[in-house]
Design a protein around this ligand. Sequence first.
Ligand code: MG
Length: 335
Amino acid sequence: MRLSLNHKPYRLPFRQPMRTAHGVWAEREGMVVRVEDEHGRVGFGEIAPIPGWGGGTLAEATEALARLGRQPSWDEVSTMASQGGVLGFALGSALEASTEDVASEREYLAVAALLPAGRSALAGVETKLELGFRTFKWKVGVDDERAEQGLLDEIMERLPEGARLRLDANGGWDRRQAERWLGFCADRPMIEFVEQPTDPGNVDLLLGLVEDYPTTLALDESVVGRADFERWQGMGWPGVFVIKPALWGDPQDVLDVVGPVAPQVVISSALETACGARRVLELAFAMPGLERALGTGVWPLFAPSRLNGPTALPFLRKTEVEAINAEEIWEALET
Ligand code: MG
């Protein structure tokens, strides 16, 4: 079967620039893909790479799309989707015709609240608590270690019993820093996990740390796609996997491979528009074993409101996901 394949690139400034390990990130570049088959069934997908992460670049995806041309066969598109990465996610999403319903037994999923860096976290935690959030995430390794640990205790003093706090070091600690931090976390059970404490590629160090300290560790930068995931799983990683489906590849592949270990998984956003968000969130709803709060409390990210995924609230309702209309997003983007 021949398909009609179209795409629209976009460049969207963030409402607030992102501070990342690679510097300041001010605007998101990506692409929305539209696939229509001979029966008029239409599907959409989004290419949303994060600079400095894996899963391929926008330039590579653009080139691959040019190779596919405007009228590729189903098999050609499906083969490329199976190769994973940001393009695999977009094409795998688009091959599934868009529907209104999200197939899930669950009506809502919990979402983690992102706290701002530095002392503003204290005010942030009050606001988020009032909204009803019970899982929080805070970036560490940004400022002086002692100051951060002091602030962390101040944050935790404000949290009620049963609340959970995630720390994300984005791979920024060396061995000694990680050891000091994990020592500090050891008698603070409110900490749900420490995400990517050290260099994503240093397997021995991460395996050593996860064995030596009681706090759960989570891999994020270490597990961008299927090959990474299978490698860590093969080594018996006992901690959490933070999965960004938009970087991984075909959503069905995420479901097949990650679904069986869903209790160990956090489904996370790659700062995509509502188009990609729809598939990421559908995927989360399709995993019955998912227990940990979603890492998708990132929207609104962009000024045009219809391009944002669901606004960050403590619970994401299935109906909010169903309300996302990829066709409208496609129409809203300029050619
Ligand atoms: Mg992370």
